[in-house]
Design a binder for this molecule. Sequence first.
Ligand SMILES: [Fe+2]
Length: 335
Amino acid sequence: MRGLSEERQPRILVVDDQEENLDLLEAFLTVHDYQVIRARDGREALAQVAQAPPDLILLDTHMPPPDGFEVCRQLKLREETRLIPTIIVTTAGELESRVRGIEAGADDFLTKPVHRVELDARVRSLLKLKQYTDELENVEAVLVSLALAVEAKDPSTHGHCERLSDYAVQLGQQLALPSDHLRALRRAGYLHDLGKIAVPEAMLLKPGPLTPEEAKIVRLHPVVGERICRPLRSLRLVLPIIRHHHERWDGSGYPDGLAGESIPLTARILQIVDVFDALVVDRPYRASLSRADAAQVLQEEARKGWYDPAVVAEFLGLLNSDGGLLQAGSAAIVR
Ligand SMILES: [Fe+2]
């Protein structure tokens, strides 16, 4: 969440098992006022990153296991570290090392002996990239905070977004969705109702049924939410979920009256977990249902043609697995 601000020196982790290589790289980097942290093997590097994620990593390949490729691979697999730019330092003429580095997800390469000018250029451009990524993350964090503030207006929905995120990712995993769509589901769990920021509180908390006029305003929230998030390219897979999470399989939903598979699958997933979670908590207009009763309502509404029956069946399968619970937190690896 941190950006590289003027007052903060970028932190660069240099990993090499040869002390003289570390000395050389540190000497090059400290000239530019970068803060250099050293690690003498892969294990120490991973521990350093876990403790305080740096802004950039320079990784030697020839180290006792885990070597540089393995460290890079592990960092790129983890959601919380995959956006840290990583430069692999290879020995000249090792084409195979480059190939392995690309496979491990390295962002760039340097060849030994490292030339100062080349090092400066690579480091500078990757730190710039990191700064943009951090800024984007900050904007996303603001949007999520706004969405949580909207959620907090209704005390009965406490924790709804978090559970939704978790359930949606579990259902997405069950349906073998690719990781970028799982990430979109996680974000959509928080952002799907952001557009309710435009709905007066009295309507959100009204204990009785809404008047047709009020219902019209509430039904604008998917469009408003999509409009707020649209400028962020990083949310492009989240936008269809926000816009279409109230469509219905038979075409009777809103805002676009989409039907069947023209409703994005991710929106169909979020919709089902949203309906389920809303049923199992107390709302201003009705008491909570048990999980079993909520599952029954979901099935009845699916029979009416409101939801994708295949996705409902997968969801109920998940609900009945492992002792009948969707354990919150079990999908926490996808952020
Ligand atoms: Fe909604």
